[in-house]
Unconditional design. Sequence first.
Length: 136
Amino acid sequence: MKRLTWEGLVLVFAVISSLANAIIHSPAAFAQSGGDATRGRALYDGRCGACHSLDVNRTGPRHRGVVGRRVASANGYDYSPALRQVGGVWTSDRLDAWLQGPQRMAPGSRMYLTVPDANQRRDIIAYLETTDGSGR
């Protein structure tokens, strides 16, 4: 039987560590949308962060817990009449449609930014799926 060299031991540790990291973090990193939440956070910060945050209403409403929340229901935010008329719940599919064309979904709403790239939309939605609605 051959002895394991120091380099071999380091390689085995690296592989085990990588696998453990993937198992632990994969549910958050690849949420229901199939996107990458880590990339989604960077995209959210860069594309959405000027008007939105997770915890504070700004030009747009806060987004913590948006997936599963009723449309136009963030406390303290003054929604446009167009968006208040949409009704229903924000699901991953509805968010995808919204990000493709908010004016198509709710003509007269205050949001005009679109995310035409399907992979970027999936990543942003994956990130939003990892935020909970813990009342903040």
